[in-house]
Design a protein around this ligand. Structure first.
Ligand code: PGA
Length: 247
């Protein structure tokens, strides 16, 4: 059997959680990690900005990593309400999600902006998790592979450095719908081929979109799926731990 690197399992809490929830979420997960013999994956928690400090303190000295859910394209300046990648690094983050479809949709972020965010993340020492994914209309029109391939190429940073791609079909996010295994395999092979052209290396390609304890093993067994970006199921520490152990 070939040696496989550990899957990357990232939890995206989105706009959920208050201080009182940190021990029940991050603390409960830490208990699982402490009682496990070894880490089954590289685990990243992406809480809302307000909880990053508390989650970082909770998981410090453990293998659990912390990430932000977004960052500004600039490192500092007059950008009221925004958070920079340097600030995330300063508060204990190793990762940051950029280009999530909810931000592309709600804040009009296009590929160039996402690529610029990935660049500023790298400059701050963070690994950007760059999200891509087609809409239902695009899939039904047979455009999914082309749309996502263009998003991948357009959203990559210019600078060298480790990045992660997360393929999240928009229609599968938070809906309970998951892409069929053959569609995931086809898409991930297509993304891998595009990456081989434009950024050769072993960039992990995650799947996201209603990943949960029931479908995680099949998703992680799909060729070129290097991990999962988990939304809803990451808010249940037992479910997230099951997902983390699914390969
Ligand atoms: P979901 O979210 O697992 O709730 O579908 C995934 C994501 O948006 O990252």
């Amino acid at each position: 059997m070939s040696v496989q690197s550990l899957p990357l399992i990232a939890g995206n809490w989105k706009m959920n959680g208050l201080g009182e929830d940190v021990s029940g979420l991050a603390g409960a997960l830490l208990d699982h990690v402490i009682s496990a013999e070894k880490m089954p994956c590289t685990m990243v928690l992406c809480p809302p900005f307000t909880l990053i400090d508390r989650v970082s303190s909770t998981v410090q000295d453990s293998p659990i990593k912390v990430g932000g859910q977004d960052c500004h394209v600039e490192s500092a300046g007059a950008f009221t309400g925004s958070i920079s990648a340097r600030m995330l690094a300063d508060i204990g983050c190793d990762y940051v999600i950029v280009g999530h479809s909810e931000r592309r949709r709600d804040f009009g972020e296009g590929d160039a902006t996402v690529g610029a965010k990935a660049d500023t993340a790298l400059a701050a020492g963070l690994t950007p998790i760059i999200c891509v994914g087609e809409s239902l209309e695009q899939r039904e029109a047979g455009q999914a592979l082309d749309v996502v391939s263009a998003q991948v190429a357009g959203s990559l940073p210019g600078a060298a450095g480790d990045v992660v791609i997360a393929y999240e079909p928009v229609w599968a996010i938070g809906t309970g719908l998951t892409a069929a295994p053959e569609d995931v395999a086809e898409m991930h092979a297509s993304i891998r081929a595009r990456l081989d052209d434009v950024r050769p290396g072993d960039t992990p390609i995650l799947y996201g979109g209603s990943a949960n304890p029931d479908n995680a093993a099949a998703l992680l067994a799909t060729p070129n799926v290097g991990g999962l970006l988990v939304g809803g199921a990451s808010l249940d520490p037992d479910a997230f731990w099951t997902v983390a152990n699914a390969r």
